[in-house]
Design a protein around this ligand. Structure first.
Ligand code: MLT
Length: 264
């Protein structure tokens, strides 16, 4: 593991492989180990960087909401430290919110975008209230209740019943998350802006991936992004839910490699 000081926090990250840089940003409430299989598959041909976002994995939490803009600035500062001016920026779910916030603030630093199991629109008022309740629950009870409630929404029923190793891996990632980090990210996600108006201005070639059974950011959200982003490709992965890179690793990696070879 490597780590570096980024403004008020010490940020942990993996940096592996040689070639054009790709930054992969994990979702909530996970950490950079979400991307292990993508790091293995891509690092033969690319330099792959996977940070632990503030409050996740081995990166320090910080006070107040961890906004998507702040997390995007953290990624930009990490790229500065690693002397990377421009990279492919990819994110899954909350990582996709961060990737879009990154594009908005630093578009010249984005070579291509990868948006997996994510959406452009902001939270509804109801979703914001649920985030506030979840943040309180994480702080008062820890992550176990949140993990139990989220699992059936993250994975397909088939994965939940037949692939205990994936269930365990996802659950363990959630249990390792610090409640303060989860709460800060929940408040940050609740505050995030609607990025729908940005979509038509995205000129970077963009790959949109989504699990056909994604119950958190459904296929319709990806279709909306695909219709709005001019140079985008949409791939729907069958038999996958919200964590499509773990449920359909081979297809996910194959799609990524194909896209990267054609566009970098
Ligand atoms: C994620 O997977 O990052 C979150 O479920 C996204 C969200 O809660 O909106």
């Amino acid at each position: 593991m490597s780590s570096t000081r980024i403004s008020d926090i010490q940020m942990a990250y993996t940096d592996t492989g040689i070639g054009s840089p790709i930054v992969l940003i994990h979702g909530y409430p996970f950490n950079r180990s979400l991307w292990s299989e993508q790091l293995t598959a891509l690092s033969n041909s690319y330099r792959v960087i996977a940070p632990d976002l503030r409050g996740f994995g081995e990166t320090d939490p910080s006070a107040g909401p961890a906004t998507m803009n702040r997390m995007a600035q953290d990624v930009a500062e990490l790229m500065d430290r690693l002397q990377i001016r421009q990279a492919v920026i990819g994110g899954l779910s909350m990582g996709g919110y961060v990737a879009l916030a990154f594009y908005k603030q630093f578009r010249s630093r984005v070579r291509n975008l990868i948006l997996a199991d994510t959406r452009a629109q902001a939270d509804t008022e109801e979703a914001k209230q649920t985030r506030a309740q979840q943040a309180e629950k994480a702080l008062s009870e820890g992550m176990a209740g949140i993990a139990d409630a989220m699992l059936p929404k993250l994975l397909t029923p088939d994965t939940v019943s037949k692939r205990p190793e994936i269930v365990k891996r996802v659950r363990d990632m959630m249990l390792k998350t610090k409640p303060e980090g989860a709460a800060a990210a929940l408040m940050g996600m609740a505050e995030r802006e609607d990025q729908t108006p940005l979509l038509s201005q995205i000129s970077a070639p963009t790959l949109i991936l989504v699990g056909a059974e994604d119950a958190i950011t459904p296929v319709a959200d990806s279709e909306k992004m695909h219709r709005a982003i001019p140079n985008s490709r949409l791939v729907v992965l069958e038999n996958a839910g919200h964590v499509s890179n773990l449920e359909r690793t081979e297809q996910f990696n194959h799609t990524l490699l194909e896209f990267l070879r054609a566009s970098t």
